[in-house]
Design a protein around this ligand. Structure first.
Ligand SMILES: Cc1cc2nc3c(=O)[nH]c(=O)nc-3n(C[C@H](O)[C@H](O)[C@H](O)COP(=O)(O)OP(=O)(O)OC[C@H]3O[C@@H](n4cnc5c(N)ncnc54)[C@H](O)[C@@H]3O)c2cc1C
Length: 401
């Protein structure tokens, strides 16, 4: 077998990379150890979030990516349910207000349409929050929701339409490396010779890296979510809270309470069928995808404090997924000077859906030897941005044996 590009990993990132590479005319084989949607991309929320991105390269990638979904929706054969809903970020305490004001001001400066609302304005926009513990909110009308599984499937069918082949339930035995250059992937279905390999293994990217002699600093960060019975439209936007932003970007600033240690922060979205997805946690518990009673209770308590209308709604199930977390919360989208023919596209933490389109496009442009059309500064996403010291400190703090 031969392909220009072998993509390893059938999540949203691997499929987006396969789609953009195949659409650019490259021959592509995607190798997945199970089936597509085996990992985090089927255990997540539905947000194409801008307000949760830190100003700089993170927000720039999200702003670029979000523009692509309405266009892709027209091109795909599957409905990805892309809908602009806006996001409200609830601010519960005075001490959070200044931090959120400054976060919003930096986002505004970066081109995001965010405004600060007082309590009255917040409840007028979001009646389900009547009676909440609130001092205000930030609101952005540009955020959107999407169907996560359909998004991955749409890339998958789209890639195949452009000729990509899929080897599912396939085990990679080793990578062929000649003169510091990746030239093939040895699988239990046979050897695939290739010019490029894309490591899109999500939280498993470090194991794929290890097979090539590379240290890729990604650790799993568990997120637990409650799912409710279907109900009529509850909120007018996605709802998050200031604590969500703190848990996402500055886990070191969280306190010692159980809530803080679990990284509890509100995320609320509603599916087309009416089920609410109520999250969530940010926990370092290794590759454990179980949900816990303690987190379920605390997520429900935190959610109902911000959206009292939730108290009347029944929970029907729960699930947990593993966010691929890097030392600076930014993905790694990178070639590696010491190993030619490799692109790492992993470590998207809680942003893989939102950033999948720009990531897929960047991977295809890197492989084609073109400048990236999004204008994103690739040095900020490079594997080389982490020193040995950064990586060791990161593992000491967050890796679980
Ligand atoms: C609770 C939760 C909520 C989230 N909500 C959102 C949200 O609202 N918006 C958003 O943008 N993002 C969200 N995310 C983040 C998003 O889900 C992830 O960033 C994204 O799914 C990562 O995709 P991926 O393709 O990198 O990884 P995955 O989906 O995990 O795919 C990796 C694939 O690689 C395969 N693989 C691994 N090793 C090998 C191997 N050796 N050989 C072959 N195949 C291999 C795995 O089987 C897997 O299928 C959320 C995540 C969680 C956990």
């Amino acid at each position: 077998m031969h392909a220009d590009v072998v993509v390893v990993g059938g999540g949203v990132i691997g499929n987006a990379a396969a789609f953009y590479c195949a659409r650019a005319g490259m021959s592509v084989i995607l190798v997945e150890q199970q089936d597509i949607l085996n990992g985090t991309s089927s255990a997540c929320d539905t947000a194409i979030h801008l307000q949760s991105k830190s100003p700089g390269v993170h927000l720039a990638m999200a702003l670029n990516s979000i523009k692509k979904y309405p266009v892709l929706q027209k091109e795909f054969d599957i409905d990805i349910h892309f809908k602009i809903t806006g996001t409200m970020l609830a601010i519960q305490r005075e001490e959070q207000l200044e931090v959120m004001k400054s976060f919003a001001a930096r986002q505004q400066a970066a081109g995001l349409n965010v405004s600060l609302l007082d309590t009255v304005q917040t409840i007028a926009k979001q009646p389900a929050m009547k009676g909440a513990e609130l001092v205000g909110s930030t609101y952005c009308d540009q955020d959107a929701t999407i169907h996560p599984q359909n998004l991955t499937k749409a890339y998958y069918f789209g890639a195949m339409k452009y000729g990509a082949k899929y080897l599912l339930h396939t085990v990679i035995r080793s990578f062929r490396i000649e003169d510091n250059c990746l030239t093939g992937v040895d699988t239990d279905q046979g050897m695939i010779s290739c010019r490029w390999v894309v490591n899109a293994g999500g939280v498993f990217a470090p194991f794929i890296g290890k097979m090539m002699g590379l240290d890729i600093p990604i650790v799993p960060r568990r997120g637990q979510i409650l799912v409710t019975e279907p109900v009529p439209k509850l909120t007018n936007t996605i709802v998050n809270c200031a604590k969500y932003i703190a848990a996402k970007f500055r886990p070191d600033l969280l306190g010692n309470s159980v809530e803080d240690q679990l990284g509890i922060g509100l995320s609320l979205t509603q599916t087309e069928r009416g089920n609410l997805l109520l999250g969530g946690t940010r926990e370092f518990v290794g590759y454990n995808t179980k949900t816990t009673r303690q987190a379920m209770v605390l997520i429900a308590r935190h959610g109902t404090a911000i959206i009292p209308a939730l108290k009347q709604i029944n929970i029907i199930r729960s699930f947990a997924g593993l966010r691929p977390y890097t030392p600076d919360s930014l993905p790694i989208i990178s070639t590696v000077p010491e190993l030619k023919g490799l692109v790492v596209a992993a470590g998207h933490e809680g942003d893989g859906l939102a950033l999948s389109a720009v990531t897929g496009e960047m991977v295809s442009e890197i492989i084609a030897g073109q400048p990236v059309s999004s204008g994103i500064d690739l040095s900020q996403l490079s594997l080389a941005r982490f020193s040995r010291e950064d990586i060791d400190r990161f593992y000491r703090k967050y890796a679980v044996a």
